[in-house]
Each structure stands twice: as C-alpha cells, then as structure tokens.
Design a protein around this ligand. Structure first.
Ligand SMILES: Cc1ncc(COP(=O)(O)O)c(C=O)c1O
Length: 383
C-alpha cells in the first residue's frame, strides 16, 4: 500500500477538536494567570472548586495534583495504614490499589459484575470475610465507576454500613455521570476524580479533585495537600504531601467545565451510534438501570475464540487505534499478585482482561468517521 492510499488515521481521543471549539478562551485564561503570576494557589483554584461543587452538588471540593494523589490524600486523612484492609475491584487501573499500598494498608481484590464491569456486591462481601480471616481490619471500600459508568452504589453503601467501612468512590473516569438521578460526587464519604488529559474532563497535564460533604475531612485534606500544614505552611501538624493543582490547570479546567454538559450529551450520542452499529456483532457496553455514563471508554467484548491481537491489527491497518483496558486485572499484575483476593476467585475480571478492547471515543467523533469505525469493526469480526 503506498502513502496515498493509506486510510486517514483516526485519533483515539481528539483533544485538538476540543481546542478548536474552545477557541481563544483557553489562551485568554492562561494569559490571565500569566498576568497575575500566582502560579500556586491563584484565584482560579478556588473558582474552579466552587464551579465543581456547583456541578456535582458536593458541599466541599478540594482540587489536587492527580487522581492517584486524591485517593492517597483521603486514605492519609483517615489514617489508613498497616493492618488495615481496603477492598478494591481488581478490574481497574492500577492507581486504585496502588494508593492503598502506598499508605501501608492491604488491598483485598474483589470481582466485578460481568455486565457493567463494576464492583460486584457479593464478591465484596466475600472479600471482607477473606480480610477478616487473614487478621486484617477492613476499613474502607473503593468502588470504581469504570469506563465512565456509575457503580451500583446502594448495595455497596449497605454493605459498608453493615461492616463499618467508609466508601471512597474512585470516579477518576466518571466525573459527570450519575446514579439514580444524583451526580457522582456524593456517594460515600468522599469521591475522587482525575483530570488527566484523556479523561472526560481533562486538563493539559496532571490534576485531580476530591468531593465530600464532610467539612472536617475537607479541612484535613487541605492540610494534607500542603505538607500537613496547620496555622500556616511552616506549622506542620501531620504528615502531608505537595499535592496542589496548578493555577494554570485550574484556569484551563474552568473553561472546559463550561462546555462539559454539552460534551457529555455528545459522548452519549456516540455511544448510542456504536450500540446500534455493533450490537449484533460484539458485546457492547450496557448501562445498568439508574446509571448514566460519561463514556470515558467505549469498551466492547469480542465473540468467543476471536483473536484480539489480530482484530486490533486489522483495525490499525484501517487507521483505527484501539487500546486494551486492561490486559491484566490488578491481582494478575507482578506488583500486586501477592495481595489477597476474595474467596471464590476473580473469574469475571480475568475473563474481561482476556477479551475487552476499547474503540475511539470522544465528544467530537462525527458520524461519517464513526461509520468508518463501525464498518471496520464489523469486517474484522467476520474475518
Ligand atoms: C480508575 C482510576 N483511578 C485512578 C486513576 C488515577 O488518576 P491520575 O492518572 O490522575 O493519577 C485513574 C487514571 O487513569 C483511573 O482510571
């Protein structure tokens, strides 16, 4: 195939299209920060926190340096450490369990639901029993709203209440989604999100935020964020981090948040078109009753006995990128394989890691481009 006949490559996420839509507003926002030069904790940080609180209806929002640091900060603020168990789904990005290990606690991995890919309540119960048998103190559960879809929060909250655990919702991929009519941000003690550029609401670097209705926790988080500061930054009342969100990133996020509602609608239109075009050839993601998604990923499952590598190569030859989220569940990773798993095993997580593959997904995926992807997927599945 020569250069001219090669199919035009399609971006997996089209950040440039979003920049075009935002026009001069991003540059002007950045210029304002250059104007006042308050690069750390400038006025845009508090403005963004207020805008995120209004969007999510959470009482307190504490922005920070990344989604991973957001998880870490909540665990640190609650004094989680050695001898404590934190229940996490295994089918997730590594940061979920990583933060638990960093504070010295033990992640206990539990399985996910085959239809939604989110934490399975029955496996969570088994994981708590496993933790207790090992002499660990179960202290928290971190449900993940995977690929943008809200987890089934009511049964998780009920188990957590019964067992005296707090819920730390990992919504790194799902800010903007909702559960039973309520926006993510108020389920459990605290919710975290990530503003990594590829996330539905992403900045131009690393960033994150924590949402909580608990004033005392918010106060502690603000201290943890700046070296455990007390009255001022030279008064250190606890061990903390350098975990602030840069003013520049806050300024960018303020502009992006203005179009986010619109983008969520567009992402849902894209998901709907994929569902119509692919629903009869692959297993397409389904929304559980009462859950909405912001479609951080559009992740399909290939029919049994398909060769996933060959499928990805066939799409690549058509200029269509794919990613595997995630080729190994956390308990299958070298760094995490010695941590406990819930009794009964994690068969669903292992199956999903074996057959999922994600297609291009973003708010600016136009219909002709998407039709090209759909036709290529259908062709590659048949081949
Ligand atoms: C489920 C989940 N949790 C946590 C994180 C960590 O976020 P960050 O990359 O901002 O540290 C991510 C990022 O991909 C994620 O997908």
């Amino acid at each position: 195939m020569n250069q001219l006949s090669r199919p035009q490559p399609i971006p997996f996420i089209d950040v440039a299209a979003q920049r075009r839509r935002l026009g001069k507003s991003l540059g002007e926002a950045v210029e304002r920060v250059f104007g006042h030069c308050q690069f750390i904790n400038g006025p845009e940080v508090a403005q963004l926190e207020a805008a995120l609180a209004a969007f999510s209806c959470a009482r307190h929002v504490v922005t920070c340096s990344s989604g991973t640091d957001a998880l870490l900060m909540v665990l640190m603020a609650r004094g989680i450490g050695n001898g404590d168990a934190v229940l996490c789904p295994s089918f997730t990005f590594c940061a979920t369990g990583e933060a638990v290990v960093i504070v010295g606690a033990t992640p206990v991995f539990v399985d996910v639901d085959e239809a939604t890919f989110n934490i399975d309540a029955a496996s969570l119960k088994r994981g708590i029993a496993t933790a207790k048998k090992l002499g660990l103190k179960p202290k928290a559960v971190i449900p993940v709203d995977l690929f943008g879809q809200s987890a089934d929060h009511d049964p998780i909250a009920a188990i957590a209440a019964e067992e005296g655990l707090f819920v730390l919702d990992d919504a790194a991929q799902a800010f903007g989604a909702s559960y039973k009519g309520r926006r993510i941000g108020r389920f459990g003690l605290a919710t975290v999100t990530s503003f990594f550029p590829a996330k539905p609401l992403g900045c131009f670097g690393d960033g994150g935020a924590i949402f909580t209705d608990d004033a005392e926790l918010a106060h502690t988080l603000r201290s943890v964020r700046v070296h455990g500061q007390g009255a001022d930054k030279y008064d250190n009342v606890r061990i903390g981090l350098t975990a602030r969100l840069d003013t520049l990133q806050a300024a960018i996020l303020i502009e992006k948040l203005k179009i986010f509602e619109d983008e969520i609608v567009a992402r849902n239109d894209v998901a709907e078109r994929y569902c119509e075009g692919l629903g009869n050839v692959v297993t397409v993601p389904r929304l559980a009753v009462g859950c909405t998604s912001v479609w951080a990923q559009y992740t399909i499952r290939l029919p049994g006995r398909s060769n996933r590598d060959a499928f990805a190569l066939a799409l690549k030859a058509q200029g269509i990128p794919t990613f595997i989220h995630y080729p190994r569940s956390m308990h299958q990773q070298t760094a995490y394989r010695d941590f406990p798993v819930a009794e009964g095993g994690l068969g669903v997580s292992e199956r999903l890691s074996g057959d999922v593959i994600s297609l291009p997904m973003h708010a600016y995926l136009d219909e002709p481009t998407q039709n090209r992807i759909i036709a290529s997927v259908r062709g590659a599945v048949r081949a």
